[in-house]
Design a protein around this ligand. Sequence first.
Ligand code: 16G
Length: 249
Amino acid sequence: MSVVDFLRPEGWLGESGGPRYVQLRQRLESGIESGVLAPNSSLPPEREIAEITELSRVTVRKAIQELVREGLIEQRQGSGSFIRERMNRMEQSLSHLTSFTEDMARRGLDTSSRWLERGVFLPTPDEVQALGLADGAEVARIYRLREAGGRPMALERASLPLDILPNPLEVTTSLYEVLGRREVRPVRAVQKISAINLEPREADLLNVPEGAAGLSIERTSYLPSGRVAELTRSLYRGDAYDFVAELRL
Ligand code: 16G
């Protein structure tokens, strides 16, 4: 069914259905739900919706504004309103030390990485401190955009001491798998999670609007000896993840 036919007022707009902007909002919601209004497609301009539905532009605007607030529609300056692609939020347990590849495989999703940086570098003071690097030691660093099921999920920058990961190019899919093979896979980690707004470049890579909410996660992982094996700073899309922690008395 075309969007125009879908919006014709016959059958859904009536005296008894409550405020008209609510009826229109519900109609648009059901269009998004059923896919008549497809993700990333543009919504007809207000003026056109007003004509098709025979509602006033004020009413149309009010309905659209509610959908913007609900996050179903995104207004892009100069180019109108678009149906936002909806993410099924994922629940991620905070009690298991698993890798991104393993987490996604458990959900039946394939992962891929877009490499932003991978190699041996001079460490930053933060890396020296967190990884306990000796004077003059270099650091292995891998920075990638992590995708699952073809969608960008997180930006992840991992830093490791060179004796733990001498050749960062060896990591083609899973870092933890490479560490496992080398028998230096971490067994414990501490994570710090904070809320952030994504900077323009990060938002662009993650395919969300500039300033969108994100989660910044810093993971420090340890070997059985207590030595730090990895410092990873990740930025997760705020609309994609729920982190869940189980608490016991
Ligand atoms: C997870 C970890 C990250 C680790 C990566 C390894 C969080 C917040 N971060 O994304 O620290 O480096 O897994 O994944 O959970 P990989 O083995 O698939 O490369």
